[in-house]
Design a protein around this ligand. Structure first.
Ligand SMILES: C[C@](O)(C(=O)O)[C@H](CC(=O)O)C(=O)O
Ligand SMILES: [Mg+2]
Length: 295
C-alpha cells in the first residue's frame, strides 16, 4: 500500500542486472503485474499510449499530456524506475526542455528521444524520414540542458539503420554521445553483432528493442549479454497478449452466449486481489472505522 520513500534510479537497476530487462506496461495495473513478475524496470511505450490509451496508430498523434497522464498513473502505482518513450520530444529546443522538466516532475527515470521527423512512424515500418544529425544534436543538447536531476537519464534513439544504413547510424550515435546522451538505442537492429558495434563506437550502454513482428529477431538474454547489450526492452509483449486474449473472450461471449468456455483465460478474482493488495486495504478500513455490530 505504501510506495518507498525513494524509487531506485535506472542506474541502480542497471547495476543489479545485465542486461536489464525492461517491461512495457500499458497502464498502472500492468505495472503491478510486471513488478510482481520480478522486473526491475518499466517502460511506457509511445505506441502503447497511442494504441491502448487512445485507440490510434503510432504515427506521431499523441501529445506530451497524453503520455504524462499514463506515466503519472504508472508511477503512482509502482515502485520501479520508468523509461519513457517521448518520440521526437514534441517540438523544438524549448518544447523539448519543457517535455524533460514535465517528465522529471512526473517521476520518469529516463526518456528516449528519437531522430525521426515529427510526423514519425513506428521504428519497424517502412517510410521513415529523419532529421539531420545537427538537428538531433540540438534536440539532445536541449534535453540534457533542461534536466535538473543528474540521475535522470537521456537516451538517444537513432532510426538511421533502416533509412541510411549501419555506418551512418554509428556516426550519428557518436555525435549524439558527444551532445550528452547517456545511453544509445539503435532502432530496428537486424543482426546481433550490430549492438556491439554501437557499444564500442559510443562507449555508452546500449538498449535492444525486442518488439515482436518487427525487424529485430527475438534475441535471448544470453545472446544479448554476449553482444554487450545493457538493456533488453519488451515494449508491447504483454499488451499484444492481453489484446489477443480480450478479443478471444469478446468473440466467445458473442458467439456462444456465455463466457464459460473462456474462463480459463481469465485471471481469477483472488489473483487480482493479490496483485492489488486488496485485503490489506480492507484490513486498513476495518482498523480505521471499527464497525460496531448493532445487536
Ligand atoms: C519501441 C516503440 O517505439 C514503442 O513505442 O513501444 C515501438 C514499438 C513497436 O511499434 O513495435 C517502435 O519500435 O517504434
Ligand atoms: Mg515509440
Amino acid at each position: 500500500m505504501t510506495a518507498p520513500a525513494t524509487r531506485p534510479t535506472l542506474r541502480a537497476a542497471l547495476s543489479q542486472e545485465q542486461p536489464l530487462q525492461v517491461a512495457g506496461t500499458i497502464n498502472a495495473y500492468a505495472a503491478l503485474l510486471a513488478q510482481k513478475a520480478g522486473f526491475r524496470a518499466l517502460y511506457l511505450s509511445g505506441a502503447g499510449v497511442a494504441n491502448a490509451s487512445l485507440g490510434l496508430p503510432d504515427l506521431g498523434l499523441t501529445t506530451l499530456n497524453d503520455v504524462l497522464e499514463d506515466l503519472r498513473r504508472i508511477v503512482s502505482a509502482s515502485e520501479l524506475p520508468v523509461l519513457v518513450d517521448i518520440d521526437t520530444g514534441w517540438g523544438h529546443a524549448f518544447t523539448i526542455a519543457r517535455t524533460i522538466r514535465e517528465m522529471e516532475r512526473a517521476g520518469a527515470a529516463c526518456v528516449h528521444l528519437e531522430d525521426q521527423v515529427a510526423a514519425k512512424r513506428c521504428g519497424h515500418r517502412p517510410g521513415k524520414a529523419l532529421v539531420s544529425p545537427e538537428e538531433m544534436v540540438d534536440r539532445i543538447k536541449a534535453a540534457v540542458d533542461a534536466r535538473r536531476d543528474p540521475e535522470f537519464l537521456v537516451m538517444a534513439r537513432t532510426d538511421a539503420i533502416a533509412v541510411e544504413g549501419v555506418e551512418p547510424a554509428l556516426e550519428r550515435a557518436c555525435r549524439y554521445r558527444e551532445a550528452g546522451a547517456d545511453l544509445i538505442f539503435p532502432e530496428a537492429v537486424g543482426a546481433l553483432e550490430e549492438y556491439r558495434r554501437f557499444k564500442e563506437a559510443t562507449g555508452l550502454p546500449v538498449l535492444a528493442n525486442l518488439t515482436e513482428f518487427g525487424r529485430t529477431p527475438c534475441f535471448t538474454l544470453d545472446q544479448l549479454r554476449e553482444a554487450g547489450v545493457s538493456l533488453a526492452l519488451y515494449p508491447l509483449s504483454a499488451f499484444r497478449a492481453m489484446s489477443q486474449a480480450a478479443l478471444t473472450v469478446y468473440r466467445a461471449i458473442r458467439e456462444e452466449g456465455t463466457q464459460k468456455g473462456v474462463i480459463g483465460l481469465m485471471q481469477s478474482r483472488a489473483e487480482l486481489y493479490e496483485i492489488l493488495g486488496y485485503h490489506e486495504y480492507e484490513r486498513k478500513l476495518d482498523e480505521l472505522f471499527q464497525k460496531k455490530e448493532t445487536p
